[in-house]
Design a protein around this ligand. Structure first.
Ligand code: ZN
Length: 199
């Protein structure tokens, strides 16, 4: 953006690159920061830095973790033989909040989207296949969002899993097409998991 000091336009560009924030909102946020006491800007900067410094992806399920493995993978009470495959770490949070799942997860960090250049290698599908290869997995539950990309991703994963001859299920369609799993209410999520069917 022209006419602003570069420190302002740099911050506007940073905010505007976030999902759901357009240039107008980004500009408003930045000018709010300019007007605010200095500690707000400092806190924002420090929080953003520690976010990347303190967090990593779980070595097993690729969920967000603070150590080698996430809390769920480290929990001996969870059934590691059942893996619920989700698009985002936010979906794990939704299932956990709903208390709808006692197995483990695998976080893909996106869905296949050839138009946007997102192929299988951009996701964590290889890590999932490695987990299955290691053995001890009885069921894979595909819990992608009900979208075209979600369906394509589910089909692709199913094909890749074919040689392993394990049970593959898909969560029930209580979710309206195009809706996002992480926004579904707890009852819907629990019902979708309970009513899962062979894929
Ligand atoms: Zn994990």
């Amino acid at each position: 953006m022209k006419n602003f000091p570069s420190s302002i336009s740099r911050m506007i560009d940073a905010f505007a690159s976030l999902p759901g924030i357009g240039e107008k909102t980004a500009t408003r946020l930045v000018f709010h920061l300019v007007r605010s006491p200095e500690n707000l800007a400092r806190e924002l900067g420090e929080a953003a830095t520690s976010l990347k410094k303190d967090l990593r992806l779980c070595a097993c399920c690729r969920n967000i973790a603070t150590s080698e493995q996430c809390e769920i993978c480290e929990d001996a009470e969870r059934d590691a033989s059942q893996i619920c495959v989700v698009e985002e770490a936010l979906d794990v949070l939704a299932f956990e909040k709903a208390g709808a799942w006692k197995g483990s997860y695998h976080v893909l960090h996106g869905v296949l989207n050839p138009l946007e250049g997102i192929g299988p290698e951009s996701l964590t599908i290889v890590d999932l296949l490695r987990r299955v290869e290691r053995g001890g997995v009885a069921e894979i539950i595909l819990a992608m969002n009900p979208s075209v990309e979600g369906e394509a991703t589910a089909s692709y994963i199913t094909k890749q899993l074919q040689p392993f001859q394990i049970k593959i299920t898909r969560i029930a369609r209580g979710l309206p097409t195009g809706s996002e799993l992480s926004y579904a209410d707890e009852v819907t999520l629990a019902a979708a998991m309970k009513g899962r069917r062979d894929f």
